[in-house]
Design a protein around this ligand. Structure first.
Ligand code: AMP
Ligand code: MG
Length: 440
């Protein structure tokens, strides 16, 4: 292995090379497809709205009947029926009549406009007037006075005015957002075709690593990486497969990796990637596939391994990632190298986090020659919104200690601030790139 450090972009390009969206398609209710990628375009099963309906509570009328209405010259219409949401109208609108109508209820035949209830006064059978424009509840009045003219088409939502039956409403490759869930459901679609979620096997390694909540003995530590990486997998839209905790022995690591290769699209191993006497992950990758071990120019993030294993039953290889054991290093390398691969496999168009610009409120230091990813928090106003300077840059400070074993600052962080390779320190006031951790 050469002493050269591989730039972050070069490492990202290598892990993504040849990775294409999974071909498998699943069918799910729109609601259950939230966050997934459409494998086929969506076509409206029904028009939206499905029929002409009222945009307001009021009276369905013929516009020509109320053309002469005005203050001081109210027009009297006989109320002949009612149209309520969920039932068909019980009458048609003939000359000089009206049908009381509720918001969303079908427009009765004969009507071409709706007069809002605010512009009317109800009359009972004896001709006594009720309160003008109060509301459209209560017993059906015998007649109504209309105090203002309305044009034909007033307060009517036309059939198909939003979406026509058979229209394409979303395309292959689109993300199923809450709005797409509502649109597809509103257009009568019961099932959508989405790409399968990638399956990611997660294996923790280390003789010292114990399941959280179990006895640590003299020299054990609780497993932070297994649960943390599985949470990252889920957060990235994939399905985690728990491969447990391996001891630092080739046979155990290999056995668990084999299960990962049989059941997952990606396997992620934490720890055991260095060149120490008990670091067996590289040997396991070598035994199962083709391995590249890199020294990537990233901090935290050392050491890091990547390989591919061909599996007979699959179209493409299973990708194997060996991440550093230090929990923050494993988190950052997952963010930079595993998450984009998951997103590509899942069919997402955007692979990387949303970036922003930020301004350091305090100096930071890092090792020269590596790109630094520092855990930072945004200064926030009383509403919790990030505070930006006049140039729109988010004002940030460190979230706590930056040691690669320090999880408290990771949990506190809003974002990772990216400090360029050549710098050993960056002064307060330096503008840096910001990768938000909490935004898709
Ligand atoms: P390694 O990469 O195996 O040399 O581990 C580097 C450091 O990370 C050591 O201090 C390990 O104890 C720690 N470490 C490794 N795996 C885990 C894990 N699953 N959870 C928490 N810490 C770990
Ligand atoms: Mg270890």
């Amino acid at each position: 292995m050469s002493g050269e450090l591989l730039p972050v972009e070069a490492a990202q390009a290598t892990v993504l090379a040849g990775v294409v969206p999974l071909a498998d398609v699943e069918h799910a209710a729109p609601e259950a497809a939230l966050g997934r990628v459409l494998a086929a375009s969506l076509t409206a099963a029904v028009s939206l709205p499905p029929w002409d309906n009222s945009a307001m509570d009021g009276y369905a009328v013929r516009a020509q009947d109320v053309a002469g209405a005005g203050e001081g010259s109210a027009v009297r219409l006989t109320v002949v029926g009612e149209s309520r949401a969920g039932t068909a109208p019980d009458a048609r609108v003939l000359p000089e009549t009206a049908v009381r109508i509720a918001t969303g209820a079908p427009l009765p035949p004969g009507a071409d406009a709706v007069v809002p209830v605010e512009l009317t006064t109800p009359l009972d059978a004896a001709g006594n007037a009720g309160a003008r424009g109060r509301d459209a509840a209560g017993p059906l009045p015998a007649a109504c006075l209309v105090h203002e003219r309305v044009e034909a088409g007033n307060a009517i939502r036309r059939r198909g005015g939003d979406v026509g039956q058979g229209d394409e409403i979303a395309r292959t490759g689109d993300l199923v957002t809450p709005a797409v869930v509502a649109l597809a459901s509103g257009a009568g679609i019961g099932l959508v075709a989405v790409r399968r979620r990638p399956v990611v096997g997660v294996l923790a390694t280390g003789d010292e690593v114990r399941a959280p909540g179990t006895d640590l003995g003299e020299a054990g530590i609780p497993d932070a990486n297994g649960p943390g990486l599985r949470a990252l997998v889920r957060d990235a839209g994939a399905v985690p497969l728990d491969l447990g905790i391996a001891v630092d022995q080739l046979e155990d690591v290999e056995l668990r990796l084999r299960r990962g290769l049989a059941e997952a699209d990606i396997v992620v191993v934490s720890g055991g990637v260095s060149v120490g006497p008990y670091d067996v992950v590289r040997s396991a990758f070598d035994a199962l596939g083709h391995m590249n071990l890199w020294r990537v120019a990233v901090q935290p993030g050392k050491p890091f391994a990547f390989g591919r294993a061909d599996v007979e039953t699959r179209a493409g290889p299973v990708l194997m990632f060996g991440l550093p054991g230090n929990p923050v290093s494993s988190f950052v390398t997952f963010e930079l190298f595993v998450r984009p691969v998951i997103r590509r496999l899942a069919g997402h168009a955007t692979l990387h986090r949303q970036v922003d610009r930020a301004i350091l409120e305090e100096p930071v230091s890092k090792s020269q020659g590596r790109r630094g990813y520092q855990r930072v928090v945004a200064l926030r106003d009383a509403n919790g919104s990030p505070i930006r300077d006049r140039k729109g840059r988010v004002r940030i400070r460190l979230a706590g200690g930056q040691g690669s074993h320090m999880l408290s600052s990771l949990a506190a962080a809003d974002a990772l601030a990216v400090i360029p390779e050549p710098l050993a320190t960056a002064e307060a006031g330096t503008e840096v790139e910001l990768r938000w951790l909490d935004r898709g």
